[in-house]
Write a protein that binds this ligand. Structure first.
Ligand code: CDP
Ligand code: CDP
Length: 223
């Protein structure tokens, strides 16, 4: 079984997907973390994003792997566990530019399919229901208003010791939404058969409960 969850940043996808995965006893694949890991490699190697050959050279030698523990995976570049470091501010600012590159997407999509076909998985990202798994058993599109998303992300980054205002965060969310939704390849968009959930006024428990209920009822998505 594949459950696809898409939507913009800070709408609640990751936390909801992990919660669902833990209740159902299946794996949770965070595809954003994969794009973030590639971005970290690109930053460290000072790759020129306008030079396709340098990007491809970087892609061909990075060893990106995921190690699942219970439902959730740790992300590795070679032997290094980069799960925490990929949440940093520089990666967050650069990731949308890196993930707009076709060769990056090709490599990640192929890896995502390989991983998810190994067993029941809830896969979360931007293009999962539209491109990576158009035949997913269930598709959800999670949204929330900017104010809610800004507040949520503010709480998250405060815990990481990063100091930004809600306005700066919302500005970055809007900038990333724009790049993610308008790129040529696999833009962020709701699949026609996905169920939309607006989490603005919802609790995490409600979001998780709604998805589990839908899956248990065996409903396919509706328009
Ligand atoms: O955690 P947050 O919502 O900030 O973002 P993320 O899920 O970690 O994704 C980071 C970035 O990766 C997104 O802004 C997209 O540019 C890119 N991404 C993508 O292009 N396709 C995916 N399937 C997942 C993420
Ligand atoms: O994956 P995505 O970027 O869409 O969002 P997330 O990282 O799962 O959610 C951002 C933050 O919002 C997390 O700290 C969640 O715990 C929090 N949150 C939520 O997702 N839903 C609520 N109803 C309330 C808070």
């Amino acid at each position: 079984m594949i459950i696809a969850i898409d939507g913009p940043a800070a709408s609640g996808k990751s936390t909801t997907a992990l919660g669902v995965a833990q209740v159902l006893g299946i794996r949770y694949l965070d595809t954003g973390a994969m794009y973030r890991a590639v971005t970290l490699a690109v930053i460290r190697e000072k790759v020129d994003l306008s030079n396709v050959k340098s990007v491809d050279a970087c892609l061909s030698h990075i060893e990106l792997s995921l190690k699942f523990e219970n439902s959730k995976a740790h992300v590795f570049l070679g032997d290094e566990d980069v799960t925490e470091v990929i949440r940093g501010i520089e990666v967050t600012r650069t990731v949308s530019a890196v993930s707009a590159l076709p060769s990056v997407r090709r490599k990640m999509v192929s890896l995502q399919r390989k991983i998810a076909w190994q067993g029941d998985t809830i896969v979360e990202g931007r293009d999962i229901g539209t491109v990576v798994f158009p035949n997913a058993d269930f598709k959800f599109f999670i949204v929330a208003d900017y104010e809610t998303r800004g507040e949520r992300r503010l709480n998250d980054i405060k815990k990481m010791g990063i100091d930004l205002s809600t306005e700066e965060i919302i500005k970055d969310l809007k900038r990333r939404d724009k790049i993610d939704s308008s790129r040529m390849h696999s833009p962020l968009t709701k699949a026609e058969d996905a169920i939309e959930i607006d989490t603005s006024g919802m609790t995490l428990e409600e979001q998780i409960g709604l998805i589990i209920e839908t899956v248990k009822k065996g409903e396919k998505g509706g328009k």
